[in-house]
Write a protein of this length. Structure first.
Length: 394
């Protein structure tokens, strides 16, 4: 039976968990990482693809041999298209920063390789994950390995980076844990297609037919979405119907045309916002989707997870090196400040750019007025650029 005594047990081997493990390793702090998914499942799950400038700098300063600069693409702005009229945002001109298009699964591949290079234990495909004694100074985590062995981990701290469906969040008692939740009245119909990019930057388009996002994945594979009902059935949408709908939402007097190709994946993504407070209890700390989720409109999910780690890692290091318990005591308060800023921006982008099927005429006009107040103002454009490229890290 594998048994470990370690400094930090990390539940979740996604980018948040592996980035934290790497930063702790650099500081000489040991960790054991587990995940219920396989390495290949995480590596081939297509998710968010926009990295804030601070997330790229985090990878660089940690010495991760990331391919973000060789296989990723720097984006110096976005286009917001309203009823066929494009409004371009030049991020370097507005705020002096850019973002990078680099898929989350590729970040995982980089971080997993860095973790493997350290030789420290990472267990994928575990089952029956449990944890206990989180109110003590010796919490534990147990699981069953892929080979069927009982895995026991005793640690000083446990970090739950196990996503929105993991077991860690539930270890915060009901009388302590607050869950803030908002469900949106629409979803995204998302596709992956084999085609060249339709535009040099991402296009966020609001039309009378609803929202569309013309995103990218690589030189030959693109990601696109259009607003739909949460009960939409994928099987009801043929490739021709999808391309017709996407094109109708970006049509305009400039004659813009999407570059099309074979569709290789279709999915419907419901929209939810959620925050758990506090993000810590006893010796347990939450990071990433285990503590909060945002709609993808603001490109904040992965970046928020890295921002959590940028606060939690130095706090853990201070606790071990300097016996500074106060640094850890303030983790949730510091991290949630950014979380709520990101929730506000994601909510604002979502509400401004989507058509709400349940909204009255006043709300429809009001949301267009909100969008105009940003597009028509230098200060408004700088505000959006600052939020999109990311606020300073803690």
């Amino acid at each position: 039976m594998p048994e470990f005594q370690t400094d930090v047990a990390i539940v979740g081997a996604g980018p948040a968990g592996l980035m934290l493990a790497h930063l702790l390793h650099i500081a000489g702090i040991d960790s054991v990482v587990i995940d219920n998914r396989s390495h290949d499942e995480i590596a081939h799950t297509h998710r968010a693809g926009i990295l804030e400038a601070g997330s790229v700098r985090m990878l660089e300063s940690a010495g991760i041999e990331s391919r973000v600069h060789t296989e990723g693409h720097r984006h110096d702005g976005i286009d917001i298209r309203v009823n066929g009229i494009s409004h371009s945002f030049d991020f370097p001109e507005l705020v002096g920063d850019s973002v990078w298009l680099y898929p989350q699964n590729e970040i995982f591949v980089d971080l997993a390789a860095a973790r493997a290079h350290t030789g420290r234990p990472t267990f994928y495909s575990v089952t029956d994950t449990r944890l206990g004694d989180v109110e003590s100074e010796r919490p534990w985590v147990s699981a069953t390995t892929e080979g069927g062995e009982d895995l026991q981990i005793s640690a000083r701290y446990v970090v739950g980076a196990d996503g929105s469906r993991g077991p860690c969040r539930s270890m915060i008692p009901d009388d302590t844990r607050q869950r803030f939740f908002h469900e949106y009245p629409f979803a995204w119909f998302g596709i992956l297609c084999e085609a060249p990019p339709s535009h040099e930057v991402l296009i966020y388009s609001r039309s009378e037919r609803g929202f569309a996002l013309i995103s990218q994945r690589s030189a030959n594979v693109q990601r696109m979405y259009f607003q739909t009902s949460p009960d939409t059935e994928v099987a009801d949408w043929s490739d021709d119907r999808i391309w017709s709908e996407l094109q109708s939402r970006v049509d305009g007097p400039d004659g813009f045309q999407l570059k099309t190709g074979p569709i290789i994946d279709k999915t419907v993504l419901p929209f939810r916002s959620a925050v758990t407070e506090p993000m810590q209890h006893g010796s347990l700390f939450l990071a990433g989707d285990s503590a909060h989720t945002v709609p993808p409109t603001g490109a904040k999910g992965l970046n928020l997870a890295f921002a959590d780690v940028s606060v939690l890692a130095p706090a853990l290091i201070a606790a071990f090196r300097d016996s500074d318990a106060e640094a850890l005591a303030g983790y949730s308060q510091i991290a949630t400040k950014r979380v709520w800023k990101a929730q506000n921006f994601s909510y604002q982008m979502t509400r401004m750019l989507h058509t709400d099927p349940g909204a009255d005429a006043f709300e429809t006009k009001r949301s267009l007025g909100e969008l105009g107040s940003i597009l028509d103002s230098d200060h408004g454009r700088r505000y959006l650029a600052e939020c999109y490229t990311g606020w300073p890290r803690g």
